[in-house]
Write a protein that binds this ligand. Structure first.
Ligand code: NAG
Ligand code: NAG
Length: 317
């Protein structure tokens, strides 16, 4: 009799734990905005995002999600602060560089709006976005703002996005790995098709002030790519400062930087015990995830989707 009671008690406790988790954060659904799936809260404020007024000296870092955004943000900030890490520690990544379209209403204790942060920020501002180029608020191109775009090969981007969905309750449930591969290939993920994203920005770069970088190049030779960014931002860096930026924006150092590793923002939304925000930061981790059959199917589909572009990615170094 005693055992039965204990059992029922622990069952009830488990149930309460589940309820509490559900109450804290309800994963958002995706809503279609001009053919691009966006998280429901973002879709709800879309009119305001679209009407955003960029200023001519704004710098925008644009990427598909999980393509090296935070890394590039830290590099850009260090360049702008001339390598002064103390100045870079003034705030978390999220608050230094407003995330233009991001809006998350739940939980109320962690309400985030990129627009509010951006509008309150004095110039010159640096911001981040994951929007595909056709959804970029028109004022950025009208004002001829400098835009840095970073692209990462599809397979590694997919792997990283999968783990990010697992730990980030601001995004829909990823389902199983197999299901997520399918969603990624069909563009049924937040910010839509990876294929359209990288191709769209690639096309736009011929007409606008866009520096188009590759994650793989940054891993291969960070110093060379940091110099490219500095040149684009019209900043002269001494050899000493350049080396400092290379060091302080390495994966190992950034993972332990509390201002960059997302442990201070998005509490209750991101769960680093499931998968840390800074997970591996390497090229070709996809080999540890794709089965032979998945890889074959992915490659065949990739070739079709990428047949109309001159863009070439390296899947390994
Ligand atoms: C930059 O690197 C130095 C040397 O390793 C380290 O002491 C410092 O904490 C780093 N700063 C940041 C913000 O990561
Ligand atoms: C973030 O940085 C802090 C401070 O260095 C460190 O204690 C923590 O382990 C890091 N968190 C993750 C998830 O990497």
């Amino acid at each position: 009799m005693e055992f039965v009671l204990i059992d029922m008690f622990s069952l009830a406790m488990d149930k309460m734990k589940d309820l509490r988790l559900e109450e804290t954060v309800i994963r958002s659904e995706l809503f279609d905005v001009d053919g691009v799936p966006l998280a429901e809260p973002i879709a709800r404020i879309w009119d305001q995002v679209w009407k955003f007024k960029a200023r001519p000296d704004d710098v925008l870092i644009a990427t598909y999600a999980k393509a090296g955004t935070t890394w590039t943000q830290e590099i850009v900030d260090m360049i702008q602060q001339n390598g002064d890490t103390e100045k870079c520690k003034r705030e978390t990544t999220y608050k230094r560089h407003p995330f233009l379209e991001w809006y998350c209403a739940e939980p109320p204790s962690a309400r985030y709006s990129g627009l509010e942060l951006a509008e309150a920020m004095p110039s010159p501002r640096t911001m981040k976005t994951h929007l595909p180029v056709q959804l970029l608020p028109p004022s950025f191109l009208e004002q001829n703002c400098k835009i840095i775009y970073v692209a990462r090969n599809a397979k590694d981007n997919l792997v990283s996005y999968y783990h990010f969905h697992r730990m980030n309750k601001g995004l829909p449930d990823p389902g199983t790995w197999e299901e997520f591969v399918q969603k990624f290939m069909t563009g049924k993920v937040p910010w839509g098709s990876w294929y359209d994203h990288v191709k769209g920005w690639w096309k736009a770069k011929h007409k606008h002030r866009i520096l188009y970088l590759f994650y793989e190049d940054m891993k291969e030779n960070p110093k060379r790519e940091i110099q490219k960014i500095a040149k684009f931002l019209e900043k002269d860096l001494s050899e000493e400062v350049l080396n400092k930026i290379v060091h302080n924006t390495s994966f190992e150092v950034m993972k332990e930087n509390p201002m960059a590793n997302y442990t201070k923002d998005f509490e209750g939304i991101m769960d680093h015990s499931i998968s840390p925000f800074m997970r591996k930061g390497i090229v070709a981790d996809w080999k540890n995830h794709f089965t032979v059959a998945q890889n074959k199917k992915f490659d065949e589909d990739y070739e079709k989707k990428m047949s109309d572009t001159s863009l070439v990615f390296r899947m390994e170094l």
